[in-house]
Design a protein around this ligand. Structure first.
Ligand SMILES: NC(=O)c1ccc[n+]([C@@H]2O[C@H](COP(=O)([O-])OP(=O)(O)OC[C@H]3O[C@@H](n4cnc5c(N)ncnc54)[C@H](O)[C@@H]3O)[C@@H](O)[C@H]2O)c1
Length: 299
C-alpha cells in the first residue's frame, strides 16, 4: 500500500539532489507534490521528472527566506490542492568565513536562508494545515553543522543550530494541533563530494582549498563507521518515514543519517583498521539524480 496516499507535500529547495530526490520518494508513496525553488529551472526540472513518472506536481519559483513569497506559494498550493500535509525544507545558501573576517550582510543572508526560511515555511504551512484541518508533518534538513563547531563555518553552524532548536520549539507550539515538526541531520553528502573526489583522485596537481576546516575526502571517508557517504536516497527514506503515519508519535526529534559519525568517539578513525580508501570507493560510484543512478563518476 502507498504510504502517503491522499497527502499533499511541499518541498522547498528542490533541485535534482536532495530536495528532488525527496520529492520523488514522497510522490512514489502516493503524495501529490508542490515543488518550490528560488531557481525556476530547478523547480521546472523536478516537476518535469515527477510528471514523467506519472506523479502529480506543480512548480513555484520563490525564495523561502521571503515571507511574502512563502505566504503566496502556500496560499496558491492550498487553493490548488485544498490541503497541505507534508513540508520538507532543504533550502539555503552556505557562507564560509573565519569569524575575524565575517561580513555582516553575508552572515545575515546565511541565517535568513536557513533559519528564517525554516520559520517561515513552518509558520505558513502550519497555518494552512490548521485552516484545512490537517494533522501535518514538517521536516527540516539540518547538517552535522547544527551539532558541532566548524572552522570558517560559523555562519552555517549558527544557522543550522538555530534551525534545530527552532524546530524543537515549533514542535511544542504545534503539538496540540496534531502537527509534528522533526529534523534530519546528514553529514557531507556523497553528491557534494563528487567533484572533489574526482579532483583528489584524478588531478595530480590537486591542492586543498585554503579553508581551515577542509579535510581530504579520504580522511572523511575513513572517519565514518558505516564506510560510505550519505546519498540523497538515504535522506529521502528518512523523510518518507517522518512524513508517514509510521512516525505519528514522533515530534521534536532529529534523525541522524550519517553512518554513525555523530556517535563515534571523535578521535577514532574506523577506516584505519578496515582499510577503506577513497580511490576504491570512488571507482564504484555512479552519479545520481532524483535518487536514480546514472553514469559512473570516474572514467
Ligand atoms: N550537500 C551536502 O553535503 C549537505 C550536507 C549536509 C546538509 N546539507 C543540506 O542540504 C541542503 C542542500 O541540499 P543539496 O545538497 O541538494 O543542495 P543543492 O544546492 O543541490 O540544492 C539546494 C536547492 O535549494 C535551492 N535554494 C537555495 N536557497 C533557496 C531559497 N532561499 N529558497 C528556495 N530555494 C532555495 C537551490 O536553488 C537548490 O535547488 C541544505 O539545506 C544543506 O544545508 C547538505
Amino acid at each position: 500500500m502507498k504510504r502517503l496516499k491522499n497527502k499533499v507535500a511541499m518541498v522547498f529547495g528542490a533541485g535534482p539532489n536532495i530536495g528532488g530526490t525527496v520529492a520523488h520518494f514522497l510522490a512514489r508513496e502516493g503524495a501529490r507534490l508542490v515543488v518550490v525553488d528560488i531557481d525556476q529551472a530547478n523547480a521546472d526540472k523536478t516537476v518535469e521528472f515527477l510528471r514523467s513518472k506519472g506523479s502529480e506536481a506543480i512548480a513555484f519559483t520563490a525564495d523561502s527566506a521571503r515571507e511574502d513569497q512563502v505566504a503566496h506559494v502556500v496560499a496558491e498550493s492550498l487553493k490548488h490542492y485544498g490541503q497541505i500535509d507534508i513540508v520538507f525544507n532543504a533550502s539555503g545558501k552556505i557562507h564560509w568565513s573565519p569569524v575575524t573576517e565575517m561580513d555582516v550582510a553575508k552572515w545575515q543572508e546565511c541565517l535568513m536562508s536557513y533559519s528564517t526560511a525554516g520559520m517561515l515555511t513552518t509558520k505558513h504551512a502550519a497555518r494552512a494545515m490548521i485552516a484545512a484541518g490537517r494533522r501535518g508533518s514538517i521536516i527540516h534538513l539540518l547538517s552535522t553543522a547544527a551539532h558541532f563547531g566548524e572552522a570558517s563555518g560559523a555562519a552555517y553552524t549558527a544557522a543550522k543550530g538555530a534551525l534545530l532548536n527552532f524546530s524543537r520549539s515549533a514542535a511544542m507550539d504545534l503539538a496540540h494541533n496534531g502537527i509534528r515538526v522533526n529534523t534530519i541531520t546528514p553529514c557531507g553528502m556523497e553528491h557534494n563530494l563528487w567533484g572533489q573526489m574526482r579532483d583528489e583522485i584524478v588531478d595530480p596537481n590537486f591542492r586543498r582549498p585554503e579553508r581551515r576546516s577542509f579535510y581530504s575526502r579520504d580522511d572523511f571517508l575513513k572517519s565514518i563507521p558505516l564506510e560510505r557517504f550519505p546519498r540523497a536516497s538515504d535522506i529521502a527514506w528518512a523523510a518518507v518515514f517522518l512524513a508517514s503515519e509510521e512516525s505519528s508519535f514522533i515530534t521534536g526529534a532529529d534523525i541522524p543519517v550519517d553512518g554513525g559519525l555523530r556517535f563515534k568517539y571523535p578521535a577514532w578513525r574506523p577506516g584505519d583498521s578496515t582499510g577503506v580508501n577513497i580511490k576504491d570507493y570512488a571507482k564504484e560510484l555512479r552519479i545520481t539524480r532524483f535518487g536514480e543512478e546514472g553514469e559512473k563518476l570516474l572514467p
